[in-house]
Ligand binder design. Structure first.
Ligand code: LIP
Length: 274
């Protein structure tokens, strides 16, 4: 119901602030870094600390809800099944490589799905103190100010965000380089901020016209995707089909025209399923 959603939203914003405090406190300190699937796939004590506290807060208040967290998943290696139950999907630190290098584009990302639809998205970038929020059908906000994506329709005038990602598989890297070649050729410029959640929020805020990435996970983009959509952007599978939240790839653009243009110039990597 509407009042349940209101309570979930209030808790989501409050845990985002708590997570942000932990991230800010650790930001300038030396970090204990571990690698996961590749030497470019990092985890720190702060990722784990944030995930643990957030999980505790959610379970205290909503014990029947489901929880999908990046670090819990990495430890167990389990596959996800999205059910109709309310599900809190979190990335404790999106942009861990930035965090380790004291680059400011780090965020806490939290999306809530009900009946497999994202109803709440919260992305908090604590170093810049930017709180992005969205509720399905109710717009997207940055620190309380309503967001509107760019109105550009011509791909030639678009600034597009993309990432190299953390896989070092030769074929994957080769296809990504092809895409970077295509993007440089057809757009005004490319950018890479190092956090999927932040990238989507940049598009929501009109800071660039699009974002595309292959190889990310549901916790990286589920919250940012709702924020971008509610700011008027389009969010799709890179082929132009509906986004499948478990298929590990995303295309976001400020307009349908830019989305179509991007989809046509890209090589679509098959990333399997989360
Ligand atoms: C990161 C993503 C980013 C991607 C990185 C990494 P993490 O998430 O947000 O878009 O390019 O490889 O997956 O691991 O910092 O939460």
């Amino acid at each position: 119901s509407e009042s349940d959603l209101e309570e979930m939203f209030t808790l989501a914003v409050s845990v985002a602030k708590e997570a942000g405090q932990i991230i800010r406190d650790a930001f300038d300190k030396e970090k204990e870094v571990d690698t996961k699937l590749s030497a470019a796939d990092l985890v720190t004590e702060s990722d784990q600390a944030v995930e643990k506290i957030v999980n505790t807060r959610i379970m205290e208040k909503f014990p029947t809800h489901r929880f999908i967290g990046e670090e819990t998943t990495s430890e167990s290696g389990e596959k996800h099944e999205l059910t109709d139950d309310p599900t809190w999907i979190i990335d404790p630190i999106d942009g861990t490589t930035n965090f380790v290098n004291r680059i400011q584009e780090v965020s806490f990302s939290l999306g809530i799905m009900v009946n497999k639809k994202t109803v709440i998205g919260v992305v908090y970038a604590p170093i810049k103190d930017e709180m992005f929020t969205a509720r399905l059908g109710k717009g997207a906000y940055l620190n309380g100010m309503k967001l509107q994506a760019s109105k550009i329709t011509d791909l030639k005038q678009a600034v597009i965000i993309t990432e190299g990602g953390s896989s070092r598989d030769a074929k994957e890297v080769e296809d990504k380089v092809k895409n970077i070649h295509a993007l440089i050729t057809h757009t005004r410029g490319i950018r890479a901020y190092g956090s999927a959640a932040v990238n989507l929020c940049h598009v929501a805020a009109g800071r660039g016209q699009g974002y595309v990435e292959y190889g990310i996970h549901i916790w990286d983009f589920i919250a940012g995707a709702l924020i971008a959509k509610e700011a008027g952007a389009v969010v799709l599978d890179p082929t132009g089909c509906d986004l499948d939240p478990l298929r590990r790839r995303i295309l976001c653009a400020c307009s349908p025209e830019v989305a179509k243009g991007l989809s046509q110039i890209l090589t679509h990597l098959d990333m399997g399923c989360d």
